[in-house]
Structure formats: C-alpha cells, structure tokens
Ligand binder design. Structure first.
Ligand code: SAH
Length: 365
C-alpha cells in the first residue's frame, strides 16, 4: 500500500479494511461521506480504485456500441430533454433495417455488444422489439444484446430475453422515494422501478443500474441510500454520470452535477463493487473535455461510443451539448482508442461480461 493510501485508511477509517461476501469493501455511512465530500482523500482514493480495477480487469476497457433508436417517449421525467412535453424536440425512430445497419458497421469496428436505448416508445411493441432482437441475435451469435427501454411488465422482459437479449440497463435514478417524487411526475414511482430491476435479475439478465450525480434536490444522504440500494441489488453494471441541464425541461434553472463528486463516486463504487462494469459515461465527457479519461483513471472500465446514424445523434438530446454528435462511428472509435490509451488503458473487443461470471475467485468455504 502506498503511504497516501495508508493515510487514507488510517485517517478515514481508523479500522482495518473489511469486505462483504461479494468481495466489496465495506464502508460506514460516515466513511462514505468523508470520501465523497473531502478533496484531501481524492488522490489516495483514485489510486486505491485503480489498483483494485487492475487487479480484476487489468488495463482492459470494454466497448459497447450505443444505438439510440427512438427519442419518442411517453414519460415526462423533469430532467430529461426527450420528455413527452418537450414540444420542441424533433422526434425520430429508426427502422429495423437502420438498426441492423448500425450493428453491421459496429461489428466491423470490433464491437461485440450492442446497446439499444430509447425513450419509452409504444410504437415498438413487444412483437416488433422481439423481431429486431432476434434478427440481431441470429446475425451476431457472438455478441451481447443490451436493451435500455425503460419500465415494462415482466412478461415483456421475458419475451425480449427469449428473443436473445441478455443485458438490460435501467438506472434506478434515486433510491429515495421522496427524491424520486421530485424528479418524476406522479404517474411514476420508485417501487415499480425497483421491481423492474428485480424482475430483470430474476429472468436472468445481466442488469445495470445507477443514477445521476447532482440531480436537482439530491443530498449526500440520497447518494448514500443509492449506494446501499446498489448493495442490495448487486448489479453487474453500474452507470453514473453527472446531471446536465436541458433548457426545455422544468429543471432548466438547475446547475449541472459536479465532475469531482462523479469521479469520487466512481472510485468508491469500484472499491465496493470490484467486479462491476462501470462506464466512463458520455455525460462525464460532456462536462469536461477529459471527463471520460478521468473516469477511467478513477476506476471505470467501460466506454459506450455512439453507433447511431449521425443524422439523428443531435436529436437524442437527454441533455445539452452532448459530445460526439457530428462524428461517424469509425471516427469515434479511433478517437476513443487514442483517449483510452492516453489514460493508460487499452480497448479490447471482447464481449466483456462482468468478471464475476467468468473468473470469480472461489470463496473460502
Ligand atoms: N428510457 C430509458 C432510457 C433513459 S435515458 C429508461 O428509462 O431507462 C438513459 C439515462 O440518461 C437515464 O436513465 C438518466 O439517468 C440519464 N439522463 C436523462 N436525462 C439526463 C440529464 N439531463 N442529464 C444527465 N443524464 C440524464
């Protein structure tokens, strides 16, 4: 252990490191607050997280090709730029052929995971989504198919799974009901969102959850609650990124989330969930020119470049000033390759399941 880390351990914890049954470091609420609020532990925290990440994943960074296939949404989340009531959003949908073309280009570029993300758009019935998923599955048996299309009945999730989808991203957004109520209209509730996550796990999906950092009204207590919820869920993937304001939402006057807090959280999550797949998100790259590189150095091990057709990228505007909207997929791939290398890591084209599933060390009996 480096002297700074020893100092961090001593000063923050004053107790020996403890680990839970999933191999994650245990922190009390007070310890979490110290690590997240205080700049003085930051270097040691990032170093400890990077060591943990290298111990399990080496210098590997997994890539996921993101296909934003619809920006229609029936929901009205107060923070999101593609919410139903944003009448100024120019809406689009990709056809199955267009989605397949994105996959074909992505496969050529070395992507072995396709992430289909969109608003909650009833145009894509279960039958249509299953048809799209099963076509991708037939063409790319060696790839992971990730869906991120919001809250659905368990039978729908099961149908997509049987059609060939095997991962699902659904951020819980906040684990505190009162806070959830401040971010969403009354028609939405935290309990249902959590139920969706447990349904997905039960069906057999590799599940990703997470939340925005610095969303309006978020407190440090909320963040601690978010971490505790993740400990209960034990997701394979954890996506966090800064909240970024969109002017066509009820939250237009709120500040963006902070870079420092997002990075510290990534590091804390790496220590607590050593096997998790944690992306350095596009939102992080949007609030700082080197945001994604800094995210990787703080413990992230996934990047999710855009494979959507360039013509629609600007339209999938969850927040403002999103990066990489003007570049072709191949350009993005090259640019990321350089960025990841400059941060000291290496993009690999492997399918990239969570390490728990492939090489988890045996637990002592
Ligand atoms: N409809 C899908 C996909 C949502 S978009 C679903 O419900 O899961 C993916 C994520 O973008 C959201 O879960 C949210 O955490 C994030 N997001 C939305 N608006 C944002 C904003 N203004 N700033 C930062 N992240 C945002």
């Amino acid at each position: 252990m480096y002297p700074e880390e020893a100092m961090m351990q001593g000063a923050v914890f004053g107790v020996p490191e403890e680990f839970d049954s999933h191999g994650g470091q245990s922190f009390s609420d007070a310890q979490l607050r110290q690590l997240l609020e205080k700049a003085e532990y930051e270097d040691a925290l990032f170093r400890a997280a990077d060591r943990k990440r290298r111990e399990i994943y080496g210098d590997k960074v997994y890539i996921r090709g993101l296909i934003e296939f619809t920006n229609y949404c029936k929901n009205n989340c107060y923070y999101c730029g593609i919410r139903r009531d944003n009448k100024n959003a120019v809406r689009y949908r990709l056809t199955k052929q267009e989605i397949l073309a994105c996959c074909a280009e992505g496969y050529q570029l070395g992507f072995r995971t396709f992430v289909l993300q969109g608003g909650e758009d009833p145009y894509y019935t279960d039958a249509l989504l299953c048809d799209i998923v099963s076509d991708i599955r037939t063409r790319y048996p060696d790839c992971a198919i990730t869906l991120s299309v919001g809250e659905k009945p368990k039978e729908s999730y099961r149908a997509y799974f049987e059609a060939g989808a095997n991962r699902y991203l659904l951020r819980h957004e906040t684990a505190n009901s009162a806070h959830y109520g401040k971010l969403h209209p009354e028609s939405m509730c935290l309990q249902r969102r959590k139920q969706c996550l447990f349904d997905l796990k039960d069906i057999g999906y590799q599940v990703g959850s997470g939340f925005m950092v610095g969303s309006p009204y978020q407190t440090m207590d909320n963040i601690v609650e978010d971490i505790r919820f993740l400990q209960t869920l034990q997701p394979d993937m954890i996506g966090i990124g800064p909240y970024i304001t969109h002017k066509e939402t009820p939250f237009s006057s709120f500040e963006n989330g902070s870079l420092a807090l997002t990075l510290r959280l990534i590091a804390v999550l790496r220590l607590m969930f050593p096997y998790a797949l944690i992306p350095a998100t596009t939102a992080l790259g949007t609030i700082h020119p080197q945001g994604r590189e800094l995210g990787l150095k703080a413990g992230a091990n996934v990047v999710m470049p855009n494979l959507s057709p360039v013509g629609v990228r600007e339209l999938y505007a969850l927040y403002e000033n999103k990066i990489c909207t003007g570049e072709e997929a191949a350009q993005c791939r090259g640019c990321l390759e350089r960025r990841v290398r400059s941060a000291g890591y290496r993009i690999v084209t492997a399918i990239g399941d969570a390490a728990t599933r492939v090489s988890r060390p045996a637990q002592p009996s």
